[in-house]
Design a protein around this ligand. Sequence first.
Ligand code: GTP
Ligand code: MG
Length: 584
Amino acid sequence: MAARSVGLLTRLPLCSQRPAQVPRPAFRLLSCPGTVAADVRSEEQPPDCRKAGERGSEDKAPKKRFSEVQKERREQAQRTVLIHCPSKISEKKFLKYLSQHGPINNHFFYESFGLYAVVEFCQKDSINSLKNETHTPCLDTEAVIPFKSRFFNLKLKHQSNRISEPLCTQSSSQSPPSSKKLFELLNYAESMDDQLNTLLKAFQLTEENIKLRYLTCSLIEDIAAAYFPSCVVWPFGSSVNSFGKLGCDLDMFLDLDEIEKCDVHKNVGNFLMEFQVKNVPSGRIATQKILSVIGECLDHFGPGCVGVQKILNARCPLVRFSHQASGFQCDLTTNNRIALKSSELLYIYGSLDSRVRALVFSLRFWARAHSLTSSIPGAWITNFSLTVMVIFFLQRRSPPILPTLDSLKSLADAEDRCVIEGSNCTFIQDLNKIKPSGNTETLELLLKEFFEYFGNFSFNKNSINIRQGKEQNKPDSSPLHIQNPFEPSLNISKNVSQSQLQKLVDLARESAWILQQEDRHQPSPSSKRPWGLTTLLIPTAGSKFLPKKKRKKPVSERVKSLLESIKDNSPESSTNTDGKTAMS
Ligand code: GTP
Ligand code: MG
C-alpha cells in the first residue's frame, strides 16, 4: 500500500562526536552477492540468513525487549530532522553547516522524488537551535501556513555549495532488487534454505528504512501534540513486528493514555486532581472525534502529508494519508492498543528462531504471487492471518519451534501483566528468558510440511489457536477460523470466503506436490531452469490441477512475468499522480 520508492544514496560512517545510539549489529548476515539489503543492522532486527547448523548461536547475545526498542528508536527519532536538499550539494559543507547547531550522531541521504537527508543530532537542543535560525518562506503568489516542524527545506545561497561530482562514494539502494536480480539470486542459491534466506535478506526493512519509519511517526506526533501535548505516536504492524517488507505500509497508533500513566505518580496526598473534560456517549465516538480533528490538522498543516482520508466508520476508525517525503502510506489509528500488543507478540515470535522470518517472508511472497493476498481488503486472507498460520504450524512441530501463547504467559512475571480493555494480554516480554527450541528441521522441510499440513487441514471442523497451539473445534461456520490471540471470541480471518480458502488449500497441495518432485528442488545455478522456491512462485507451473493448455509459455518466461507481476501488483507499488509506477 505504501507509495513510492525510496532510493538510499549514502550511508556514511557515524560522526565521531560520541558513540552511536544504536548498537552495532549483534549478528552479521551471510553475504549474498548482489543483494541490496543493508547489512548494518540493529539488535532488534532478528538474525537471519544462517545456514543449517549455525542455528542457535544467535541465542547467546541478549535481545532487546520490544518496548526497549520502541523507546530507544523514538528517542532517536526525536533528535532527528528531515531535510529536503538541493539535488547537488556538497555533503561536507552540508554537515559543517548543520554542525553549528550541535554534534551530529548519524545521517544518510535518500532519493524520493528529490533528495532528502535524515540527520540525527546527538542532542535534542540542536533542533531548537536549528529551528531558531530557520525562517518561514515568503511566496509571491501564494500564502503559507507558518507551521514550524522538523521537516526543513534547504536552499543554496551560493552556487559554490553546489557540486558537480556524484554526491556520495558509498552508494547503496533501499529498494528491493529488480525481478531479474531476484530471479538470479534465487537461482544461484546453494540450497532451498539459502533461497529462503536470500529472499528475506533482499526484502526485509533496512536500518535506514526503520529509522525513516520512526522519524515519520515522530513528525506526526509533533502535529498531534498540538492538541494532546503528551501523546505518543507508535509504529505497529509489519514496520516493527519483524515481518516488514521494504515498501510495506506504516501503521501508527496515536497513544493518548501515556498521559494518564505519567500522572498516576503525581496523585499523592489527600487530594486527587482530575482534568475537566468533555464527555461523549461512547469510546468509539471519542476515537472518531479525535481522529477527525487530527486528520484535519494533518491535511491543513502537516508538511508532506497528502491524500488525507478520514475513514471513521470502519471497525477500527483510521486516518489514511501518504507521507510524501518518506514515501510511506500511513494508517493512523487510536484506541488500538491491542494491535500494538499483537505486534510485540509477533516480534517475539520472529526473534525466537532464525527460521521464522525466512519462512514467513517466503510464504507471504508465495501468497502474493498466487494472488491469495491483495493490497485491497476483501474476502482473501491478510498477511497478518497468514503469519499467525505459520506461527501455529511452527508450534505444532515436534519438538515445537515456537512456544504457545499460554506458555509465554506462564513465563510472565508481575511487570509483564497487561490487561487491555478487559482482555488479558499478558506474556513474557524478556525474550532472553524463553528457552530456544531443540528442533533442527531445515527450512526446505518446513516449507514442504507447511503446505502438506494446511493442504490437509480440517478447516471445516477446526480452528487455529496459537494461544494453546492446538486445533480446536470451530465455534462458528466461517470458512476459516483463526482465533484472535488476545480476544478469543473473535476470528481474525472472518473475512475469508469459502472460495478463497479453497484456493489456498489447492495451492498448498499443488506446492507440496511440486516439492515432492526431486528434480524441482535441486539447485541448478548453471542452467536457467527455475528450481526450488522460484518454481513455487510461478502460477500454474507444475500444476497437476490445471489443464495443460494453460501451460503454454516456457517456464523461464513465466518466472519473468511472474516476478514482474509481483513488482507491479505489489501492495507496495503505486501509481503516482504523474502516472509513473514505482516500486518501494
Ligand atoms: P502488511 O501491512 O500487510 O505488511 O502487514 P501488517 O501486519 O502490518 O498488517 P496490517 O497493516 O493489515 O495491520 C497492522 C496490524 O494490525 C497487524 O500487524 C495486526 O497487529 C493488526 N491487525 C490487522 N488485522 C487484524 C485483525 O483482523 N484482527 C486483529 N486483532 N488485529 C489485526
Ligand atoms: Mg501494515
